[in-house]
Design a protein around this ligand. Structure first.
Ligand code: ASP
Length: 438
């Protein structure tokens, strides 16, 4: 049995958090591989170390003294060492970074040093071995990760050992450090779990799992206890900000369950994400898993007599969007109408040229554009087993004076998506939450 754990920035922010991490790791001997982020914020106005590292690089680039920013970074790590009474010579690592910064260090390498220093300290504190991400997480020149090579390298480095690995970066074929996109330590953790065929990937953060709705809109929403990978995809696509994009793929491919946990509330089971659950008949339990949404969409509706019976017309319409590099999010359709739902920000610069082309190629009877549309999705694997869910959703929205501009339901009945006016967005989420969850 092997568990791979990833601790995010807030879990690595100071010595108090390190103590919680150690208690979590030591509570279970199968927790043998630990991936860490750079130190995050200790309080609201505090700075994330990664942000300070980017700032430091900007100073160097503009020829402004970087010493005071670098001092803030150094103080944080020296403080953690001191508070925990560690022996590791973190000062010499900091000095090496400072020297290289003067002689010339890439932005990517400098940004990666937050994770590097965190991992050195945590390895020392846990008594685990430090495995540098530059020794196994291998990028190709095109910026993609060479999964096969990386997995084999990590197995060589870590199999059978207790290790701490820095997240967020890897190495290019020429030996240069390359970072992932921001928040990318989630991906490092997922890759490590997949490489080592872990039994579970525990992602430790500062919330007790994924919430059923956005806490900025719904007061104190409940966490989701179990969610399938497909449901999570739906929720993220509809706007829920959950895990870093790209995290799911490596663990899903290997059918490794992903458990989101809270370092500050370690006894809470958090959210378990798996390929499937054997609970379709469990009707006592909620049948909506989560509610998500996003504002500022446009619905482009084409009407053309005979559209439904014409061969290839839909392809020609979609081609116009493809030519302009515009992703189409949903395509609800009627008999002689088809609507394309797109992100307004992505379409704004080319809307008129696209409409012109649609007019020329398709010769529709009518084209209409509705702006300021919000998309709200109710997602739940159990909706398929329950009649009348969509009816209830529409009824509740109607009772609350919210008009529905668009409806889309996947054939697998895992989601019901409605398009409403931006102004009704927060209210619609609250209405759905209060009707189906509370
Ligand atoms: N430290 C990096 C960031 O702030 C990566 C991470 O924490 O996942 O983006």
């Amino acid at each position: 049995m092997l568990k791979v754990l990833k601790f995010g920035g807030s879990s690595m922010a100071d010595a108090i958090q390190y103590k919680k991490v150690r208690a979590i790791v030591e509570a279970d001997p199968t927790r043998r591989v630990v991936v860490v982020s750079a130190a995050g914020k200790r309080f609201k106005e505090d700075h994330k170390i990664t942000d300070l590292l980017y700032l430091c690089h900007a100073h160097v680039q503009y020829g402004v003294s970087f010493e005071s920013v670098f001092g803030m970074i150094a103080d944080r790590y020296k403080g953690i060492k001191e508070d925990l009474g560690l022996k590791i010579d973190i000062e010499s690592h900091l000095e090496q970074i400072r020297k290289k910064l003067i002689s010339g260090m890439s932005e990517e390498e400098l940004a990666s040093r937050g994770e590097y220093l965190s991992a050195l300290l945590m390895a020392d504190y846990l008594g685990f071995d430090f495995v540098d991400a530059a020794h196994w997480l291998k990028f190709r020149y095109d910026g993609t990760i060479d999964q096969e090579e990386s997995y084999a390298a990590l197995r060589r480095e870590a199999e059978g050992r207790k290790v701490v690995i820095p997240g967020f970066y890897g190495v290019m074929p020429d030996g240069q450090i390359q970072t992932l996109t921001r928040g990318g330590s989630d991906i490092t953790g997922a890759l490590a779990a997949a490489a080592l065929d872990a039994d579970v990937y525990e992602n430790w953060t500062d919330v007790s799992g994924i919430l059923m709705a956005d806490p900025r809109i719904v007061e104190d929403p409940q966490p989701i206890d179990r969610v399938t990978y497909s449901e999570l995809r739906e929720l993220s696509h509809a706007g829920a900000q959950v895990l870093h994009e790209g995290t799911i793929y490596p663990v899903r491919e290997k059918k490794i369950p992903l458990n989101i946990r809270n370092t500050n509330e370690p006894d809470h089971p958090g959210t378990m994400i798996m390929e499937s659950f054997d609970d379709s008949m469990d009707m006592e339990h909620r049948f909506i898993t989560g509610i998500a949404g996003k504002k500022d969409h446009s619905i482009i509706t084409l009407t053309k007599i005979g559209l439904s019976s014409a061969v290839g017309e839909l392809r020609r319409i979609l081609e116009v969007f493809e030519d302009h590099n515009i992703p189409v999010e949903y395509v609800p359709s009627g008999l002689d109408t088809v609507s394309l739902v797109v992100d307004s920000a992505k379409v704004s610069s080319c809307l008129y040229s696209m409409l012109g082309e649609l007019q020329k190629k398709i010769k529709p009877n009518n084209i209409k554009v509705h702006d300021q549309i919000a998309i709200v999705a109710a997602v739940g694997r159990k909706m398929a087993f329950r009649a009348g869910v969509s009816g209830r959703i529409f009824a509740r929205l109607g009772e609350n004076g919210i008009s529905i501009r668009m409806i889309s339901q996947g054939p697998d009945e895992m989601n019901i998506i409605v398009g409403i006016d931006n102004k009704d967005y927060a209210n619609a989420i609250r209405v759905l939450y209060n009707s189906f969850v509370k």
